[in-house]
Design a protein around this ligand. Structure first.
Ligand SMILES: [Ca+2]
Ligand SMILES: [Ca+2]
Ligand SMILES: [Ca+2]
Length: 347
């Protein structure tokens, strides 16, 4: 209860049933109870692993506002890079975790500030509550595998693919071929390179069919215009922990005796018919060795947005009397079956 008095007027008692008769007691309808939250909330960032070899990782924090507090409304999370000044990373976030992305070779530290629902803000000096070292791994080839028509090289980081080339003009400045395949008897192998940033894999595909049995020297070139990570690190091909050094491997390819069915390489513009060679009609499918073959069944997968298959017909070198059937009803897939009584010289 309080006594209010206005200038020159009698004083009035508040929240009484009868302002002029205190003996009548107080009236609950004239009272408004307020809980006063004067307590500041508290928070902290949860501890992190001492080191990591990935550049993006989860940071978590937690906070509370006391038993009768109004509750934590939001957090500010601060970060320091390499012991530099504290800078806001997240402001007024209601989350209690987020993915932080740092840079290889850097140390990052974190602390948090909590704010309660009536606006009290935690006060705290900028002191690390969690810190983590992001390892700086060099760019490495993690594995080289032979395929029937070339090689795949697996990298540990994404590449700067704009530097990669197999062929160059005098003025382009791409430098020498970055991925070379040289057979000890068959010599340099012409091909093309495919890079998939999702898998961090480079595929070398030989032009014109499968790799002949031979011993190949595969070289991936490190340097200013050679293999580099997206972050600019030169390939550590000789794995001495120091950026630079070509990756060189000797890869023997044995004769397997397996017959290989193949399609020729070709490139066409939109709307152009694909006839290989151009004087013929269609794309030939050939088998490397037709001796004693009595039947062939194969599937050809293609990208229906890029190519339309209008039909399949037997080649002129198919043995006389062989049956021939195909199914091209499904866009992207052609199934072909051929065979007969005359097992020799399938073309
Ligand atoms: Ca509070
Ligand atoms: Ca290059
Ligand atoms: Ca090196």
């Amino acid at each position: 209860m309080a006594q209010i008095s206005f200038d020159l007027l009698p004083s009035i008692a508040t929240n009484l049933r009868d302002p002029h008769n205190p003996g009548a007691g107080t009236d609950p309808a004239k009272e408004c109870l307020n809980t006063i939250d004067a307590g500041v909330p508290s928070s902290h960032v949860l501890s992190l692993p001492a080191i990591t070899n990935v550049t993006s990782f989860l940071v978590e924090w937690t906070g509370q506002d006391g038993t009768n507090g109004s509750g934590v409304e939001s957090y500010d999370v601060y970060v320091s890079d390499n012991s530099g000044p504290w800078t806001p990373w997240l402001s007024r976030t209601t989350n209690t975790s987020a993915i932080f992305t740092g840079q290889p070779g850097h140390t990052n530290a974190f602390y948090s500030i909590a704010r309660d629902n009536v606006g009290n803000v935690e006060t705290k000096p900028g002191v690390a509550e969690a810190s983590i070292v992001i390892l700086h791994l060099p760019l490495l080839v993690e594995g080289l595998e032979a395929t029937s028509s070339g090689f795949t090289a697996q990298f540990n980081q994404t590449l700067n693919e704009s530097l990669l080339n197999l062929y160059d003009t005098e003025t382009n400045g791409f430098g020498p071929a970055d991925f070379t395949v040289v057979g000890s008897t068959s010599g340099p192998v012409a091909g093309s390179l495919i890079y998939d940033p999702q898998t961090k894999m480079v595929t070398f595909i030989k032009t014109g069919g499968v790799l002949a049995p031979d011993t190949y020297i595969v070289t991936l070139r490190s340097g200013t215009n050679g293999f580099q990570s997206a972050g600019g690190d030169w390939l550590d091909g000789d794995t001495n922990g120091v950026p630079g050094g070509d990756y060189v491997r000797t890869m023997p390819i044995a004769a397997t005796g397996a017959r290989v069915l193949s399609l020729p390489d070709f490139a066409r513009g939109p709307g152009q018919p694909v006839d290989v060679p151009a004087i013929d009609s269609g794309i030939p499918v050939t088998i490397s060795d037709g001796t004693n073959v009595s039947a062939v069944y194969f599937l050809v997968e293609y990208e229906p947005a890029m190519l339309e298959v209008t039909g399949v017909s037997p080649g002129s070198s198919l043995p006389e009397g062989w049956i021939f059937a195909y199914d091209a009803d499904t866009p992207g897939l052609v199934a072909v079956l051929t065979g007969g009584p005359n097992p020799q010289g399938v073309g």
